[in-house]
Each structure stands twice: as C-alpha cells, then as structure tokens.
Design a protein. Structure first.
Length: 58
C-alpha cells in the first residue's frame, strides 16, 4: 500500500518515512497547475490507484 499527497506547500516528512495516525506530514499548498490551495490524495495498491471511498466510510 502506498499513499501520495500532492500540491503540498511544505513537507515535514520524506519519502519512505514511517508515519503514525494523527502525525502532521505537511501543509496544504498551491503547487503545480492548480487554481487554489488543496490536497490531492492518492491511495495505491501494487502501484495501481484504488478508489478508497469505501475504506474511509468503514
């Protein structure tokens, strides 16, 4: 399982770091081709993007 957080203005952690529930990892930003500050979150299994809506609801 991998997660990706894009458009961050500032990262607190680095690739490969272990993170824990509730830990801050960065700050929302306006990087890349965006119209305003936001977070783009990806959840991947075997490097394939997964619709994680059902995971969050459960």
């Amino acid at each position: 399982i991998k997660t990706r957080y894009l458009h961050l203005n500032n990262r607190i952690i680095n690739k490969g770091d272990v993170v824990y529930k509730g830990q801050e990892i960065g700050f929302t930003g306006n990087t890349g081709r965006t119209t305003g500050p936001h977070l783009h979150f990806e959840y991947l299994k075997n490097d394939i993007p997964i619709n994680f809506e059902h995971i969050i609801k459960n």
